[in-house]
Design a protein around this ligand. Structure first.
Ligand SMILES: C[S@@+](CC[C@H](N)C(=O)[O-])C[C@H]1O[C@@H](n2cnc3c(N)ncnc32)[C@H](O)[C@@H]1O
Length: 581
């Protein structure tokens, strides 16, 4: 067969993600054109193409060998120079990467399209940053504290369990998740692992590196995603890999600029691998089965996935976890959600979704993307591009316009919250003063709810929606330094506790079983447990709540539990919490 036909076969295999087979074809091509003595440019092309295939397999040394051979013959071969930079980047030799991109931008300016110039500039900046970090000894330190989710087979098992949910198209919001049967609070909906996860340090000693590490995290998430996508292309015959591609493709949709333009993929692409019926792998025709899947996971497409689908949540005081999840990314947000999510961080970063309210078959499922126990303005600030129009947001929007006193109390609350970090450094007297201010505010809102003509007519759950805007404020009431004394509960302390119970009830109305609600109840009850005041609460009808809190405290402060055990226990506490509505 003519050499050119073999090269074309290699290119075709490469385009279909069969990199190893493509490498074999390029090998043969190089051999033939070398024998034929048929033009240096063909040998250069053979080596350069093979280098590109090695890059895809992350075999950087092999790729470097090939580009070196190509560049010996033609030192100005643009593609080989770019591939050399990529191989060196893979080998973390950033200084050389910087040199190459600088020279490309300088010497090839006239030949480059705008898009390449942009690409090269970005790569140059990235390499310079990494080079600097390496020199300062920071990069390795940083990298030590980042980790990719361990995934022995190259791609994680995205969904571990998928229960009574289905994807459907939604007006205005593109796609959403719906219940396929009536649900009770606590019912398990699905359990998902991230496609990629990185742990990002937010502080190291006294040095704040959060901005840098956030952008670094973004790059790492992107790199990991690219790796998984490449791996998936390499193994298309494996259904789990194909699932990964469909999921990423789904997440990369052009939403929100062109709603409804992406397919709503069949739920079978979210079937946990372990639950696939035997023989399915043979039945699947990955190339034909999903009409929207294309091999166009360009840098910008993947960047869209990273930007729009990142889940970030605080790990602890020193780091934060950032990840991308498939099915969870398709559920819409509400400020009165019917789903809660818990994150397990033991063996892998797993998110568990449960119904937290009764849900009818066919209803849409929503969870809260961020803290919703704060005023409307603050909620909108968390996610400026999402203008939530749930019933709670609409009601609050109307009320803050019609009742100025409510708006000003909410504003005071937010201002007070901004000072939170300095709160612990205040003198006991100043702390007590601030705490009193916050109690006064909460009481004023309670008074408004009872006496203001626009508020007193609200239904019970709507009043709780308003109370829930002040939850952050309530947390200041839990200041341990000022907590209950050993001696008997005084009347004013009891009334403060009642305020906290009101807050707990409001949290249950808005988002029962949420981690914030659990943490707050746990905090409150550990305080009560420490003070040994249980007996004193019983006569006041507060012991039921007390027992709930006690259980939660035990769960939250207990020794490291196995994932399955936590799942079981969380089920129990969700029901416990919701059952007390
Ligand atoms: C993680 S996606 C959710 C799935 C999305 N509907 C889709 O089909 O890809 C988040 C996007 O959905 C839209 N969205 C989610 N909840 C919403 C809400 N309550 N109100 C308006 N838009 C919402 C927002 O545009 C947001 O950027």
């Amino acid at each position: 067969m003519a050499a050119e036909a073999i090269r074309a076969e290699g290119n075709d295999l490469y385009a279909r993600g069969r990199y190893t087979q493509a490498i074999n074809k390029y090998e043969l091509y190089i051999e033939l054109v070398t024998k034929e003595k048929g033009g240096l440019d063909r040998i250069v092309c053979g080596h350069s193409n093979r280098a590109q295939a090695y890059l895809q397999l992350r075999k950087y040394t092999k790729a470097l060998e090939d580009v070196r051979k190509a560049l010996e013959l033609d030192p100005t071969h643009l593609k080989s120079l770019v591939r050399k930079a990529k191989a060196l980047e893979g080998l973390k030799i950033y200084q050389d990467v910087v040199t190459i991109y600088k020279s490309l931008l300088q010497n090839f300016k006239d030949q480059l399209h705008d898009v390449h110039v942009k690409d090269f500039l970005r790569s140059l900046q990235d390499a310079e940053r990494k080079d600097k970090m390496t020199r300062l000894g920071q990069y390795e330190e940083l990298v030590d504290s980042y980790w990719d989710q361990p995934c022995p087979n190259g791609a994680p098992m995205m969904e571990e369990y998928v229960g009574p949910v289905e994807l459907r198209r939604v007006e205005r919001m593109d796609r959403g998740l719906f219940a396929t049967k009536d649900l009770e609070p606590g019912d398990l909906l699905f359990v998902s692992n991230s496609i990629v996860t990185v742990r990002v340090p937010i502080a190291k000693g006294d040095i704040q590196i959060s901005v840098e590490s956030k952008s670094e995290a973004m790059h790492l998430v992107l790199d990991s995603l690219k790796r998984f996508v490449n791996h998936a292309f390499d193994n298309l015959q494996d259904f789990s890999q194909f699932q990964l591609l469909v999921q990423v493709d789904t997440l990369a949709g052009p939403y929100p600029t062109a709603p409804l333009s992406r397919d709503c993929p069949s739920m079978r692409y979210f079937t946990p691998v372990n639950a696939l019926p035997p023989g399915l792998r043979n039945l699947m025709r990955p190339d034909l089965d999903h009409p929207t899947i294309r091999a166009d996971f360009s840098h910008s497409t993947l960047m869209k996935v990273v930007e729009r689908r990142q889940f970030t949540h605080w790990g602890n005081d020193h780091d934060e976890l950032t990840g991308i999840y498939a099915l969870p990314s398709l559920m819409n947000h509400s400020c009165t959600p019917n789903v809660t999510v818990t994150t397990m961080q033991n063996e892998s970063v797993t998110k568990i979704f449960r119904a937290c309210k009764s849900v009818k078959k066919g209803e849409e499922l929503f969870y809260a993307y961020h803290n919703i126990f704060c005023p409307l303005e603050d909620r909108r600030a968390f996610y400026p591009t999402l203008c939530c129009t749930c019933a709670r947001c609409k009601l609050e929007e109307r009320l803050v316009a019609e009742v100025p006193a409510l708006k000003s109390l909410e504003a005071q609350c937010s201002k007070f919250w901004e000072q939170k970090s300095s709160f612990s450094q205040l003198s006991p007297e100043e702390r007590a003063k601030r705490r009193n201010q916050c109690i006064i505010c909460i009481r004023l809102v309670e008074e408004l709810l009872q006496k203001n003509s626009k508020l007193q007519i609200l239904r019970t759950h709507e009043k709780d929606w308003i109370r829930a805007t002040l939850i952050r404020f309530h947390r200041l009431l839990l200041d341990p330094a000022l907590s209950l004394k050993d001696d008997a509960l005084k009347e004013d302390q009891l009334s403060e506790m009642r305020l906290i119970f009101e807050a707990v009830r409001a949290m249950r109305t808005v988002n029962p079983g949420s981690d914030i609600a659990l943490a707050m109840i746990s905090e409150e009850y550990s305080r009560v447990v420490n003070q040994n005041s249980r007996k004193e609460l019983e006569p006041h009808g507060l012991s039921d709540l007390f027992l709930t809190g006690l259980e939660i405290t035990r769960l939250m402060n207990g020794p490291k539990l196995k994932y399955r055990t936590i799942l079981k226990l969380f089920n129990y506490t969700s029901i416990l919490l919701c059952g007390h509505q």
